[in-house]
Write a protein of this length. Structure first.
Length: 223
């Protein structure tokens, strides 16, 4: 996947999601589960239509959002030869940092002026190695209709947690917004540490809802 193609695909991570199930999805809704268009993963749908839950997707990204406090995007991008080379030469930790900085954060910066990373941590024991990051996104909330304005010209800065990892020849990016930060107004009192813990737990909860496809079986005779 070229840099341009990847950048175009990543725009779904910063797009505003509708509040009702889309009329047409590229993936498949099977009962209470969503199956990605590529068959790479299945996830128990984390939103309910009765609570304003909506699903939108592209070939690479699915977004779930409800009317209360949940906004989650799951992206899965196939690693082309260049990306596989970057992984093999950099090692997993540096590769995830490289991918986040050059694609995910860059995409947010292009969509929202002033977007910046707040902190990042590599978790070697999660998903065989994952990068957890927190970013601040001015004017980037997905809950714009519920923003509690502190004053006429000040809107709270949105915050997102992001989890990146590699699985089955694809790089996965899961991102979620801390909606309470923008909808609770003056009553919001969470510390940075408390915010990070909330986002971390929500990301882990999403991962636990995902069933990944089994890796393809390699025919030893064809090696």
């Amino acid at each position: 996947m070229s840099r341009l193609t990847l950048a175009l695909a990543l725009t779904a991570l910063t797009a505003f999601a509708p509040r009702a199930y889309a009329q047409e999805l590229l993936g498949k809704v099977d009962g209470k589960n969503y199956l990605s268009p590529t068959g790479l993963f299945r996830i128990a749908i984390p939103v309910l239509p009765e609570l304003g839950g909506g699903i939108t997707d592209t070939p690479n990204v699915v977004t779930f959002q409800d009317s209360f406090n949940l906004h989650v995007s799951i992206a899965a991008f196939e690693q082309d030869a260049t990306q596989r080379w970057e992984l093999s030469t950099r090692g997993l930790k540096d590769y995830l940092v490289y991918f986040f900085s050059n694609f995910i954060l860059a995409d947010f910066k292009q969509a929202f002026a002033g977007a910046k990373i707040e902190s990042a941590k590599f978790l070697p024991g999660m998903l065989e190695g994952a990068l957890l990051t927190y970013i601040l996104v001015p004017d980037g909330t997905m809950f714009r209709d519920r923003v509690a304005q502190i004053s006429a010209d000040i809107v709270p800065v949105a915050k997102r947690g992001n989890l990146l990892f590699v699985r089955n020849g694809h790089i996965f990016v899961i991102t979620t917004e801390l909606a309470e930060r923008v909808i609770e107004g003056r009553t919001y009192q969470k510390t940075t540490e408390e915010e990070d813990e909330i986002l971390r737990n929500r990301l882990i909860d999403i991962v636990n809802k995902i069933a990944f496809a089994k890796p393809p079986v390699v025919d030893a005779a064809k090696k």
